[in-house]
Ligand binder design. Structure first.
Ligand code: PLP
Length: 404
């Protein structure tokens, strides 16, 4: 009889967003007329920018010609896109990252999920609490997390770094050993950021202790304030201790198109082995590269028109973020985030749990958000709203919440 990977049995419950979807579907079935506003899942709503559509059309046409047809591409990504990324996202910011240190993929979720494969089974994993669930679940699947301990509110072997009101939602360097440290700024779900000096402390810690930082910069494009790092490579010494993941989902609306990338500097070496070569091997073995037409669309994100159009879209979402944050504050809520991020992290009032508040919002005003408890024990008592809706829906949702 064959056996299964029993680590999967240690995963907790169903995925947060499927639980929400089930609750919303049940409500909709009981109340077919209800006008539900969804500010829950972090999916964008604005259509792709014209420069991206144009690049897609052009690439599709090319694929229908003998000269322009592209079959299997380089697994690491086409040179034109890797160079555009290196130039715009790194070199223009003074970060020393070369095109061949960039691995293009079909999104950050796969990369942040898969990256743990190149590390040994006994590494101690540290995550923020609350946390984007993919970091934890993929380590559970790999057997690196131990058993779930309800008293701890987490997995035995995972080091949780609480991000609470008390520490301004900035994780503190753990007192116990941590080998693989997942950091995500601007943060999902809290919407908060850390400044360069704070990030530098993590880099220094990692270099000193032989840890690697897995830095998820999926929301980098939403940073509006000075002094907030857009990349971990702005910090001195990050080339020897950090891997960075990016997504085209939230800055350019690629949630359906799919594109992302991971940066592994060649200086990142463990006992003489470059992580760059391990990931290169893994990528070449298990991945066939992002589609040519999608990579051409990604290239258009860095064109002058593309940049301008995307800036407008981000401003659109950030206006929603302002409406939500200020609206909540006017209604007497305490709300965080929403300044350098499309997420607003509100404190649940009246001693309700975050799932009770979810039910209340759904049942009373038909607004869907995400309960903080779904992101970890320290998320209890908080609730995430996203700025990715339309202006009209965002304004209407806030009107209803204020009325409630
Ligand atoms: N990382 C974080 C922190 C996210 O919140 C998300 C998506 O919501 C992702 C990564 C996934 O991005 P992608 O759409 O590129 O897979």
């Amino acid at each position: 009889m064959y056996t299964i990977n029993e680590n999967y049995l240690d995963l907790q419950g169903s995925y947060l967003f499927s639980t929400i979807a089930k609750k919303v579907a049940a409500y909709k079935e009981a109340n077919p007329q209800a006008d539900i506003i969804r500010l829950g899942i972090g999916d964008v709503t604005q259509p792709l920018a014209p420069a991206i559509i144009e690049a897609l059309h052009k690439a599709v046409e090319e694929m229908g010609t003998m000269e322009g047809f592209h079959g299997y591409g380089p697994e690491q990504g086409y040179e034109f896109l890797r160079s555009a990324i290196a130039k715009n996202d790194y070199q223009a910011r003074g970060c020393q990252i070369d095109a061949d240190e960039i691995f293009v993929s079909d999104g950050a979720k796969c990369d942040v999920g898969n990256i743990q494969e190149i590390f040994g089974p006994d590494n101690i994993v540290a995550v923020c609490d609350p946390v984007y669930p993919v970091y934890v679940d993929t380590n559970v699947m790999a057997g690196r997390a131990g058993k779930f301990n309800p008293e701890k509110g987490g997995f035995e072997k995972i080091v949780y770094m609480p991000c609470t009101e008390a520490n301004g939602f900035a994780p503190e360097i753990p007192s116990q050993k941590a080998d693989l440290i997942y950091l995500c700024f601007p943060n999902n779900p809290t919407g908060e950021v850390i400044d360069k000096a704070a990030l530098q402390k993590w880099v220094d810690y990692a270099n000193k202790n032989g840890s690697v930082i897995l830095y998820d910069a999926a929301y980098e494009a939403y940073i509006s304030e000075e002094g907030i790092p857009h990349s971990i490579y702005e910090c001195e010494g990050a080339r020897t201790c950090a891997i960075e993941m990016h997504s085209f989902s939230k800055n350019a609306g690629f949630t359906g198109l799919r594109l992302g990338y991971t940066v592994i500097p060649k200086d990142l070496v463990c006992n003489g082995v470059a992580l760059h070569s391990l990931w290169n091997r893994r990528h070449g073995t298990k991945y066939n590269g992002a589609p040519y037409i999608v990579q051409r669309a990604g290239e258009a994100v860095y064109s002058e028109e593309g940049k301008a159009q995307i800036k407008e879209q981000i401003a659109y979402y950030m206006e929603n973020a302002r409406i939500i944050r200020e609206g909540l504050q006017e209604a007497g809520f305490t709300a965080y985030g929403g300044v350098n991020s499309p997420y607003i992290w509100l404190k649940v009032p009246g001693g309700l749990t975050s799932w009770e508040f979810f039910d209340k919002l759904l049942n009373e005003v038909q607004v869907v958000g995400t309960p903080g408890a779904g992101f970890g024990a320290s998320g209890e008592g908080f609730f995430r709203l996203t700025a990715f809706g339309t202006h009209e829906n965002t304004i209407e949702a806030l009107r209803r919440i204020k009325e409630m």
